[in-house]
Ligand binder design. Sequence first.
Ligand SMILES: C[S@@+](CC[C@H](N)C(=O)[O-])C[C@H]1O[C@@H](n2cnc3c(N)ncnc32)[C@H](O)[C@@H]1O
Length: 223
Amino acid sequence: MQRKIINTGDGSKTLFVPEMDEQYHSVNGALTESRYVYLERGYLCSKAINPVVLEIGFGTGLNALITALHSNSLQKPTTYITLEKYPITPNEMEKLNYGDLISADAQQVFTKLHKVPWNIKTSITPYFNLLKIKADVTTFSFTDLPPADVIYFDAFGPDKQPEMWDELIFKTLFEHSAANSILVTYSAKGEIRRRLERSGYLTERLPGPPGKRQMLRAAKPSD
Ligand SMILES: C[S@@+](CC[C@H](N)C(=O)[O-])C[C@H]1O[C@@H](n2cnc3c(N)ncnc32)[C@H](O)[C@@H]1O
């Protein structure tokens, strides 16, 4: 997959895929979007004491970085499982400027997130364990994973990669997540909301990050 590094509105960089005409984050601000959609509306809203976070699309590792830093400052033991079919290269990783924008400690964590091996659960900080799985989400069996408390659904857009937003995937995620778990995504499309609802979730539209009117949060009711 051909990719280019681009700047976004808040000064953070992201990747752009010319053949899809799609970028990894909002052009209005990658760091801002990641913090708002996944951290603030997802991770920080979970009541789980030792949360399991499941991410669809590791990509640049930005969502993982932000979550790792917060799990450490909150001293909240967190297991982060992320699926990725097309890992970025070390050269691309080095051009991303999240460490420069956050802190030297963040840069160290970011490098470690990328350097640890795939498919082996690894400790990144005293409070953050990472399992990066190199796999295709559309064929992956989630059965052996621990039930997720928070799902970061961060696939390319439904119009660009519709197979990632198939209702069967939402049904599978629902089945393999914990009671009272939540799923967050930047998409606010009505059809995506209806697929989540038909999969068993209770959904709500929340105000979106800069440049997006709304986003979706879905909750799995307690049994
Ligand atoms: C919107 S980007 C993810 C952004 C990422 N969360 C981040 O913080 O950079 C979508 C990601 O899904 C990955 N992807 C695309 N198709 C996939 C598939 N079938 N299975 C797993 N990952 C896939 C892409 O390679 C890309 O990294």
